[in-house]
Design a protein around this ligand. Structure first.
Ligand code: MLT
Length: 410
């Protein structure tokens, strides 16, 4: 019989969101008439922007014509999209990123999961707690951790506890690591980092040789002008960081799938023989070997999000979700819960009431209010006693969810 990768057996349980889906499915089976409002997984609900749809229709028509047909595209993405990204997401903010440092893909989940593959099997990894579970689970699968302990933590991982006392912001550890995952605006807590906070990380990485893996999938939700959208806004970051960006939560591509990763030309790692290795070339090797490029139609749609009309339509969607976040924040605050996030992020993070555990509160919310959220403990042990509500819902559902929470839980 074929031997399996035993590291998979170390994984705590099912992946968080399917596990929530399973529990909600069981509830629905027992209560078929329940009107369940799902604010668990951060999945967008508004339709794709018209400018994006039109560009995708045009692209389909091109592909259906003899002269416009295209087969395999460049694995790294079409130039038209890489150029638009460099200009609008970076150049417009005074940040230097060139199109050939951008690798277009089918999602930031995959990119942030796959990146660890180009680093040593024994690389030491720092991971915030709570955290988007993909960063941790993929390192477990790759064998970079020990077993899961009774405290819910894997041996060998350098956890970065993020608590109420630090406003849920990870600070550099007191020891060197090889890789450090960061996410701002943060999933799950909605916290944001200032330039000074990120500068501490860049300084740490430059001093210790660590590489920062910076997930900026939610940067479009930043409303405060003083908050950086990119790690590359910090001087010196080009030598120590990789950044992940996504079209999922801004343009609404959770189902359509498009994202990109920026690997700066200056970034270096160490080979076993002690020599310096260009990380961008390594990622290019991995990307071109394992990926055949995001579809032309999807990239044409993504590029249209940067047109004037596309940008305005994207802005409308973000404002809509941010308004939802405000309604959730005010609702939870109104019943006396302490809340974080939801201002520069589409997630609202709150304390559970009555000292309930995260999953206990999940059950209570589902049973009493038929509202689904995400238990904080699903993001790590520091998330125990907290809960995340996603602002990605239709307005009437958000209002109804808050009203139910107010009447059925307080
Ligand atoms: C979340 O709810 O945390 C996100 O939707 C997950 C993801 O983007 O993969």
């Amino acid at each position: 019989m074929a031997r399996i990768n035993d590291n998979y057996l170390k994984l705590a349980a099912g992946y968080l969101f399917p596990e929530i889906g399973r529990r909600v499915g069981a509830y629905k089976e027992a209560h078929p008439d329940a009107d369940i409002i799902r604010l668990g997984i951060g999945d967008v609900v508004l339709p794709l922007p018209e400018a994006v749809c039109e560009a995708m229709h045009t692209a389909v028509d091109e592909l259906g014509s003899v002269g416009g047909f295209r087969g395999y595209g460049p694995e790294q993405g079409y130039d038209f999209l890489r150029t638009a990204i460099a200009e609008h997401d970076y150049g417009s903010r005074g940040v230097e990123v060139s199109p050939d440092e951008i690798f277009v893909s089918d999602g930031s989940k995959c990119d942030s999961a796959n990146i660890q593959e180009i680093f040593a099997a024994d690389a030491v990894v720092a991971i915030p707690d709570p955290v988007y579970p993909v960063y941790l689970d993929t390192n477990v699968m790759a064998g970079r951790t020990g077993e899961l302990g009774d405290d819910g933590r894997y041996g060998g991982v350098v956890y970065l506890p993020c608590t109420d006392s630090t406003d849920f912001i990870a600070v550099p550890p007191d020891r060197p690591v090889d890789l450090a995952y960061l996410c701002f605006p943060n999933n799950p807590t909605g916290s944001t980092a200032t330039v000074e906070m990120l500068a501490k990380w860049v300084e740490y990485a430059r001093e210790t040789g660590a590489i920062l893996l910076f997930d900026a999938a939610y940067e479009a939700y930043i409303t405060d002008d003083t908050i950086p959208h990119s790690i590359f806004e910090v001087p010196g970051a080009r030598e120590v960081a990789i950044e992940f960006r996504s079209f999922s939560k801004n343009v609404g591509f959770t189902g359509t799938r498009c994202a990109y990763t920026v690997v700066p030309e200056q970034l270096r790692g160490k080979a076993g023989d002690g020599s310096d290795v260009d990380i961008r070339s390594l990622w290019n090797r991995r990307h071109t070997t394992k990926f055949n490029g995001a579809s032309y139609v999807v990239q044409a749609g993504a590029a249209a999000a940067y047109t004037e009309r596309g940008r305005a339509e994207v802005r409308e969607r973000i404002d809509y979700y941010l308004d939802n976040a405000r309604i959730i924040r005010e609702g939870l605050d109104g019943i006396g819960l302490k809340v974080w996030g939801g201002i520069n992020a589409p997630y609202v993070w709150s304390q559970t009431p009555d000292g309930l555990g995260s999953w206990e509160f999940f059950d209570r919310l589902l049973e009493r209010a038929q509202v689904v959220g995400t238990p904080g403990s699903g993001f790590g042990s520091c998330g125990e006693g907290y809960f995340r509500l996603s602002a990605f819902g239709k307005r009437e559902q958000i209002e109804e969810a808050v009203a139910r929470i107010r009447t059925k839980l307080s």
